[in-house]
Design a protein around this ligand. Structure first.
Ligand code: SIN
Length: 297
């Protein structure tokens, strides 16, 4: 594996300031003139970081980069996170930069890949005490239509809640558990070793975004229980809040083109892939890296 600077030096000599096009009123900007094979000056990267914090979702089209170059870009945002489950959908070993695909161990498209959690609403690594800052996906092989990634804006969702609900939930704490997701979604109980490594975390149900100061309705597939509430009641509340937060008015659908790099803010968006394409016919292969969070919330 090459070092990030070697990886970057294989491309253009330097970048220019990114041109920004707002893609949806409520979140997301497409950046033009960005070449992830070329180095960024601090001021160029600070501009990307500024747009990321404001818009929470970046689409950087047309990137011909390898895994090292994707990792080098991720490292500008923070520390790439190691994966939990080491077996990839296609049977290969998963590293910080790994693939998310609908392939089986023989490399054949399937409707039931080993890792299917990307088809359910979640914020990556929400079960860690500091969550994650962002995830990057690089579109490698895209089905002819469908297979979009959906993003729901949890800041907008919180703002739209009735005042009485805000009052009810503002001070609540929620447990986010990798084990809960593995049992309810992947139907694959943890090994003892995985259980030791993947302890659940307690977060505010309504944390404050560390960079914008806005309130977030922090739900998703790892949210397993509300602290101090009977299990059934807590789950019912979490289901109700997730249904509210993932209504169409809070959602942006990204339609993939090969070469897109999409970066999103896991602190205030949940996301999921859509399974509306012929999964046993077309290949959907993404390269992915998650950047660790830096603050407890
Ligand atoms: C993910 O859950 O990180 C990947 C989403 C996707 O496959 O579109």
């Amino acid at each position: 594996m090459s070092t990030p600077s070697t990886a970057l030096s294989r491309g253009r000599e330097s970048n220019v300031m990114p041109g920004e096009r707002v893609i949806w009123d409520s979140m997301g900007s497409e950046l033009h003139g960005v070449d992830l094979t070329a180095p960024f000056s601090d001021s160029q990267f600070n501009e990307i970081r500024r747009i990321f914090c404001k818009r929470h979702l970046l689409v950087i089209p047309g990137q011909q980069i390898d895994a090292d170059q994707l990792e080098a870009f991720a490292m500008r945002f923070g520390q790439p996170d190691p994966v939990v489950k080491t077996e990839a959908n296609d049977g290969s070993f998963r590293k910080a930069v790994h693939s998310v695909s609908n392939l089986n161990a023989q490399g054949v498209p399937t409707i039931s890949p080993v890792i299917n959690a990307n088809y359910f609403w979640h914020s990556d690594r929400a079960y860690r005490p500091k969550g994650s800052i962002c995830t990057m996906l690089h579109g490698i092989e895209i089905p002819p239509s469908g297979g979009d990634t959906l993003f729901a804006n949890l800041i907008l969702a919180y703002k739209a809640l009735p005042e009485v609900t805000k009052k009810r939930i503002d001070q609540l704490k929620v447990i986010h558990s990798y084990e809960f997701m593995r049992e309810t979604i992947m139907k694959l109980p943890l090994t003892e070793e995985e259980r030791k490594k993947q302890q659940p975390s307690e977060h505010s149900l309504v944390p404050i975004h560390p960079e914008t100061g806005e309130k977030i309705l922090f739900i998703g597939m790892y949210a397993s229980e509300i602290v101090g509430m009977p299990l059934k009641e807590g789950r019912a509340l979490l289901t109700e809040l997730q249904e509210f937060a993932t209504q169409p008015q809070f959602i942006f659908a990204h339609q993939w083109r090969a070469g897109d790099v999409v970066v999103w803010d896991n602190r205030c968006l949940v996301h999921k892939a859509t399974d509306d394409y012929q999964m046993d016919k077309y290949r959907r292969v993404m390269r992915r890296v998650v950047v660790q969070g830096t603050a407890e919330f």
